[in-house]
Design a protein around this ligand. Structure first.
Ligand code: SF4
Length: 317
C-alpha cells in the first residue's frame, strides 16, 4: 500500500506533496509502457502544454507500438511536425520496430539501449513502469537540489549530474513509490522551484532548503558564462504554382532536418542597376542553389519548422 506522509524525510515530503498537486497528465492516469514512453520522448525539450495536443493526435494516428512500427517515416515525421527536434521522431520509429519485435524493456539499463532514450528518460520509465529505484536528473531536478543543498557544480556537465544522481540514490531508497518520487522532483522543478521567482512558500522542501534559509535561491544553480552562438544567414524563396503547391526541396543530408521539406535556399543576392530615361532600375537577383526542388502540397509533407512558419506567415498553410 502507498505510504504518504506530509512530514518526515525528503522522500516522504515529496511524495505527499505530489499526491496532492500532480497534474492529471493522460499518461499518468493509467501508466502503460507505450503512453509513458511516447510522452517522455515528446516532453524532451518541450513543455507539457505544447506536447498535449501532439500527444493526443499522435496516439490517435498510431494507437499501439505495433501500429507505429509499421508506419512510414514520412507519416511519422508529418505527425511530429511542429514539435521540433525531429531526430526524436526518427528514433521513435526505430525504437518501435525494436520493441514490436523484442518486447518492452523492464529496467533502466534495458531502456538505455533503446534509440532516443538517454539516462534521464531510462530512469523515468524504469521507475514509473517497473518501480526501479533509480533517480532522474535533468535541468529541473538539478536546479531544485542545487538550491536545496547549495551545490556549486555546473549541472550542464555530465559528471556533475552523475554526482547528483548518486546522492539522490540515497533518497529514492526511502521512497514508497519510486516512480512518484521521480515525478515529484520533475513536477517541483517545473511548477514551484522555477528558474526565476521560485515559489518557496508552496514548496514541500522549504524547511530544510539551504538556499531558502539564507535567501540565495537566485544564486543557484551556478552557471558558467554562456558562449555566444555563431550566426548563420540563409535566404530562401517562396514560389507557388497555379495549384497552390509550393516549390520545396527534401533535406537528404544527415542531421536534424533529414527527411523534412524546406524552401529552396538561394545564394546571397546580387544587385544590378540600370538607368532608364524616367527611372533608375535597381534589380536584386539570387541564384537558386538547389536543383532538386519540386512543387508539393505543403500540407501533405513533413516540413522543417522554419519553413512551416514562413508558409504560415504567407497564408500558404
Ligand atoms: S524552498 Fe524554494 S529554493 Fe528551495 S527547493 Fe523549494 S522552491 Fe526551490
Amino acid at each position: 500500500m502507498r505510504r504518504v506522509r506530509k512530514t518526515g524525510g525528503l522522500a516522504a515530503r515529496l511524495e505527499a506533496w505530489f499526491a496532492e498537486v500532480k497534474r492529471p497528465m493522460p499518461w499518468r492516469l493509467e501508466p502503460a509502457p507505450y503512453a509513458c514512453w511516447l510522452s517522455e520522448i515528446m516532453m524532451q525539450q518541450t513543455t507539457y502544454a505544447s506536447v498535449l495536443p501532439y500527444y493526443t493526435r499522435f496516439l490517435k494516428r498510431f494507437p499501439t507500438v505495433a501500429a507505429l512500427a509499421a508506419a512510414d517515416e514520412a507519416d511519422v515525421l508529418k505527425a511530429w511536425e511542429g514539435l521540433g527536434y525531429y531526430a526524436r521522431a526518427r528514433n521513435l520509429l526505430k525504437a518501435a520496430k525494436m520493441i514490436a519485435a523484442g518486447g518492452w524493456p523492464h529496467s533502466a539499463a534495458a531502456w538505455a539501449a533503446v534509440p532516443g532514450v538517454g539516462p534521464y528518460t531510462a530512469a523515468a520509465l524504469a521507475s514509473v513502469l517497473d518501480g526501479e529505484r533509480i533517480p532522474v536528473v535533468d535541468g529541473n531536478v538539478a536546479r531544485v537540489f542545487a538550491r536545496y543543498w547549495k551545490l556549486d557544480d555546473d549541472f550542464r556537465k555530465l559528471p556533475a549530474r552523475a554526482r547528483l544522481a548518486e546522492r539522490l540514490r540515497g533518497e529514492i531508497a526511502a521512497a514508497a513509490v519510486p516512480g512518484d518520487f521521480n515525478q515529484a522532483m520533475m513536477e517541483l522543478g517545473a511548477l514551484v522551484c522555477t528558474p526565476t521567482n521560485p515559489d518557496c512558500a508552496a514548496c514541500p522542501l522549504r524547511v530544510a532548503c539551504a538556499a531558502r534559509r539564507d535567501g540565495t535561491q537566485g544564486d543557484y544553480p551556478v552557471k558558467a558564462a554562456k558562449k555566444e552562438l555563431p550566426v548563420r544567414r540563409v535566404a530562401a524563396v517562396v514560389v507557388t504554382d497555379a495549384k497552390g503547391r509550393v516549390l520545396l526541396v527534401q533535406n537528404r543530408a544527415g542531421g536534424l532536418l533529414k527527411g523534412l521539406w524546406e524552401l529552396p535556399a538561394v545564394e546571397p543576392s546580387v544587385a544590378h542597376v540600370q538607368v532608364f530615361s524616367h527611372f533608375r532600375l535597381e534589380l536584386t537577383t539570387s541564384r537558386a542553389v538547389r536543383a532538386d526542388a519540386e512543387f508539393r502540397d505543403p500540407r501533405k509533407v513533413p516540413l522543417a519548422t522554419a519553413t512551416r512558419k514562413v508558409l504560415a506567415a504567407c497564408g500558404l498553410l
